[in-house]
Design a protein around this ligand. Structure first.
Ligand code: UD1
Length: 429
């Protein structure tokens, strides 16, 4: 199993190219199931989750061609996928595949909408809280699906096809909104989605579906209207930049000090996180090519933040912010409202010398003068990268074990940080 070795204490200076968003790529790839034409996705990040979803989709009969690098292509440029679901050979997504990646459960909506039936394994337990799928099922029922749960599988049927309906989400769910959008696109008649997620990845999916011929209005607001069509066509779509990767590197710069251009990043995708970093003492500016983040001289100021659905502060940056606050001059408070049990990084950060106490959904972080390198364990995607951020400022060497979590969501992290002066290396095996 690969490990990452980091020697802390170096400021970051230079340019980091931002990849396409993992959380947009996954639903966009799944949207390929909705048409028998080819969907071409550009700016797709090279990540373990993308490869895993390719396996899952090929199990349904989807052909995916990954376009190789062209001469002159930048080393870190995204890849292009040609996704063709001309013939769906199997409408079952088995436990062995779905249990490896929760988002693969989202094949349920498109398979049902196009084929009139689908059988998808429940994703099972997850390291961050219970993460149920009841709202995804409710959304499909509102579109006329008959759903039963048997032996760990969700079996969904819509004999005469799905029918438009009114879906009111009692809480904001990204996966629920993706599911509702994809299913409603091929349903007969109009669907209204109330309390829809406003995350940029939802808007990106809607933009792509519109290129495929779907009739959608209101994406990016909490009220989306979909007028179903009988067939969708192929399209070409470039995945939007990854706001979580952007925020993560911005926090790394805030932690180490220095001056970095996050190339290709778009400020409007993470304004709340950028505002928080400004409060913490960073200089942030939008440039023609991305976002520039700098912290020179001034220390890190403590903050109070509560995670919220978009446009609030994202839960996917909570662990990284906590790592940053371990070095603040004073006491910070972070409240997690989206997921229960999303504090697994706390114990590992403590191994580096952080002082954090937990009180229900609140974490109180008392800033310390210095962190000290130690062996630590990556527990999930966001937790692992928070350890990397802490390690970049810790005295001496930190060895981050189980980095496969990082490879699920961060493309060539060690190269991107290494280019900017960090001492970081991957140790294989
Ligand atoms: C997506 C993101 C994840 C991010 C999360 C919240 C991807 C691949 N993953 O996850 O990185 O942290 O949005 O921004 O895009 N819920 C229910 N019932 C349901 C579905 C969700 O109660 O049927 C709850 C969840 O437990 C959670 C909240 O709703 O408390 C939000 O979850 P949701 O937005 O659905 O997260 P995901 O789409 O799984």
């Amino acid at each position: 199993m690969d490990r990452i070795r980091i020697v802390g204490g170096k400021p970051l200076n230079g340019t980091i190219p931002i990849s396409g968003a993992k959380n947009a790529t996954l639903p966009l790839m799944i949207a390929g199931l909705l048409t028998d034409d080819t969907l071409v996705l550009e700016n797709v990040p090279r990540l373990a989750d993308v490869t895993q979803l390719q396996h899952i989709l090929s199990n349904h009969g989807v052909d995916i061609m990954v376009k190789g690098k062209r001469p002159g292509d930048e080393d870190l440029s995204g890849q292009t996928l040609h996704i063709s679901a001309a013939r769906i050979v199997d409408t079952t997504a088995p436990y062995e595949l779905v249990s490896k990646m929760r988002a693969s459960f989202w094949v349920l909506g498109p398979l049902l909408a196009r084929m009139g039936e689908a059988k998808v394994s429940l994703p099972g337990g997850c390291a961050i809280g219970t993460r149920p799928v009841d709202l995804l099922i409710m959304a499909l029922e509102r579109l006329g699906a008959a759903i039963e749960i048997d032996a760990g599988y969700v079996i969904a049927r819509a004999k005469g096809g799905l029918k438009g309906g009114e879906i009111v989400f009692p809480k904001v769910t990204v996966g629920g909104t993706h599911t509702a959008l994809m299913a409603a696109a091929l349903a007969r008649g109009e669907t209204l989605i109330e309390n829809a997620a406003r995350e940029p990845e939802v808007t990106d999916l809607a933009d792509c579906l519109i290129k495929m011929g779907a009739k959608i209005s209101g994406a990016g607001t909490s009220r989306i209207v979909v007028e179903g069509v009988s067939r969708l066509n192929g399209a070409r779509h470039a995945v939007l930049p990854d706001r979580i990767e952007t925020g993560t590197y911005a926090m790394a710069v805030a932690m180490t000090g220095g001056d970095v251009l996050l190339e290709g990043a778009r400020p409007e995708l993470l304004q709340s996180a950028l505002d928080t970093l400004t409060q913490a003492g960073c200089q942030i500016s939008a440039t023609n090519t991305g976002i520039r983040v700098a912290r020179n001289g001034a220390g890190i100021a403590p903050i109070e933040v509560t995670t919220q659905p978009f446009p609030g502060f994202p839960t996917d940056l909570q662990a990284q912010l906590m790592a940053l606050m371990t070095r603040a001059k004073g006491t910070s408070r972070i409240t997690e409202t989206i997921f229960e049990n999303r504090f697994m990084h706390v114990q590992e950060l403590a191994r580096l010398g952080a002082r954090i106490t937990l009180d229900g959904q609140n974490a109180i972080i008392e800033g310390v003068q210095k962190l000290k390198g130690a062996p630590v364990m990556a527990t999930d995607l966001r937790a692992s990268v928070s350890l990397v951020i802490a390690a970049l400022a810790a005295e001496g060497e930190t060895m981050v074990n189980r980095v496969y979590h990082l490879d699920r969501g961060f493309e060539r992290l060690e190269d991107k940080l290494g280019r900017c002066g960090a001492i970081v290396e991957r140790i294989s095996g």
